[in-house]
Design a protein around this ligand. Structure first.
Ligand SMILES: Nc1ncnc2c1ncn2[C@@H]1O[C@H](COP(=O)(O)OP(=O)(O)OP(=O)(O)O)[C@@H](O)[C@H]1O
Length: 289
């Protein structure tokens, strides 16, 4: 896809390590990825793959060791106040506001954002069925997550980063939220980056999937192209297939079983006995045997 619009988030060859006394852990390894307006990117990866680290580096919460990140056109470590007010972030464990009612918490939060959309706030309070008189301390985990989501999106940020935003929401709330999130992003020309372990949600609402394994980006693809291009091949002999490797990205290679990303038709290639399309969950399982 050609993009004439400016990137909202751009990672180029980004590496990040954590050094502890005993070991050095590479959390991101030469990762490159670009988000443009209107993209809803679902980040998928095993526990510890590097998803939260990627998000925290994008927000300037963590410095990187090498490579470049541009967040709304700037180095994330030097974001202006204006740029910060165009970013929405919901971390895995949403923050406090203990001691406030929902209403009071929203009032304080709203005061930081000149572009706050009061109608959107009301709309989402109703959707999530949140009682504004309730004390934040007494909210359930899912209700707190709902409040954090409203706080992150009611000012229509240009970049919305959500770390497992719906893990604690019930299926009905999840479904409503995810669909509307996509619409909102498209409407307001925002880009969304969210992580989720629920592959069916991701398939339903994301425009793109980014799969991370051990800090490396193994796949970044439009969801609509996934079923078409990513194939599980069953092989009796790989000699003929090896002739075609310039035309494909090999995602995994086990004896008698390859997963490839290619537009080249592979039915009829000598030694290939079966070509199978996969959904996201099947792909994830194949890449994490
Ligand atoms: N502050 C830290 N100090 C040391 N190691 C860290 C730190 N933060 C993350 N790591 C390590 O970096 C790797 C990536 O962690 P990260 O939290 O980004 O994974 P994740 O994909 O978000 O996992 P999950 O799905 O469980 O939330 C892990 O091995 C983790 O242990």
């Amino acid at each position: 896809m050609e993009h004439e619009m400016a990137a909202i988030l751009d990672f180029q060859q980004v590496s990040k390590q954590f050094n502890t006394k005993q070991v050095t852990k590479t959390a991101l390894n030469k990762l490159s990825m670009t988000l443009y307006p209107g993209m809803v990117v679902g980040l998928l990866g095993q526990n510890g793959a590097g998803k939260s680290t990627l998000m925290r580096c994008a927000l300037g919460i963590l410095p990187i060791d090498s490579g470049d990140i541009s967040t709304l056109g700037a180095n994330p470590l030097q974001l202006s106040t204006t740029a910060k007010s165009q970013i929405g972030y919901v971390p895995q464990q949403p923050f406090g506001y203990e001691g406030f009612t929902v209403e009071g918490a929203l009032e304080l939060h709203r005061s930081f954002y000149p572009d706050w959309d009061a109608e959107l706030e009301q709309d989402w309070l109703a959707r999530f069925d949140l009682d504004i008189k309730q004390s934040v301390q007494k909210l359930s985990v899912g209700q707190r997550q709902s409040l954090a989501l409203i706080m992150a999106m009611a000012y229509r940020p240009k970049l919305l980063i959500l770390d497992e935003p719906v893990a604690s929401l019930d299926p009905a709330a999840r479904r409503k939220f995810m669909g509307d999130l996509f619409d909102l992003a498209l409407d307001s020309g925002a880009a969304v980056l969210f992580s989720s372990h629920i592959t069916s949600d991701l398939e339903r609402v994301a425009s793109h999937v980014a799969m991370i394994k051990d800090g490396e980006l193994v796949l970044f693809k439009e969801i609509d192209d996934l079923r078409q291009d990513v194939k599980l091949l069953t092989l009796t002999d790989d000699a003929a297939l090896r002739e075609l490797t310039d035309e494909m990205q090999i995602l995994s290679q086990r004896s008698g079983r390859w997963v490839v990303d290619t537009q080249t038709p592979l039915d009829g290639v000598a030694g290939v006995t079966n070509v199978q399309a996969m959904n996201l969950e099947q792909l994830f399982m194949e890449l994490h045997p």
